[in-house]
Write a protein that binds this ligand. Structure first.
Ligand code: AMP
Ligand code: ZN
Length: 114
């Protein structure tokens, strides 16, 4: 999508600190990290938010979780646990409307979420 920040990152038009990439998924470091590991996992296909997932496009979500599991196994910071968050909509704190999964690791996390 023309005016989407994360589509521009995937296209290389805006720089990012890439962690992983394959044919359908891109993973990069969050610009304002809230944990020692704070990555964003995004599909290359533009999907605005979690509530736009449907039976046609949901395959990429299972692939995203496979990628997260693989990356977790490869990085020491994940060994005691980690958190995956996808904010959907403004009230939940979504600020970039290209679906993304925050992957957080390297510290303890409180629950319930704020
Ligand atoms: P959310 O608020 O859940 O929509 O998350 C958007 C995330 O994107 C925030 O954690 C931002 O810090 C992050 N972010 C915004 N712009 C960039 C960028 N250019 N590179 C990396 N992360 C970014
Ligand atoms: Zn996009």
């Amino acid at each position: 999508m023309n005016d989407c920040l994360f589509c521009k990152i995937i296209a290389g038009e805006i720089p990012s600190n890439k962690i992983y990439e394959d044919e359908s998924v891109y993973v990069f470091a969050d610009i304002a990290p809230t944990a020692p590991v704070h990555w964003l996992v995004i599909p290359k296909e533009h999907i605005a938010k979690l509530s736009d997932i449907n039976d046609k496009n949901s395959g990429v979500v299972s692939h995203i979780y496979e990628v997260i599991s693989k990356l977790a196994a490869e990085h020491e910071e994940f060994k005691n646990g980690f958190r995956v968050v996808s904010n959907c909509g403004e009230s939940a704190g979504q600020t970039v409307f290209h679906i993304h999964f925050h992957v957080l690791a390297g510290r303890d996390f409180a629950w319930p979420a704020g």
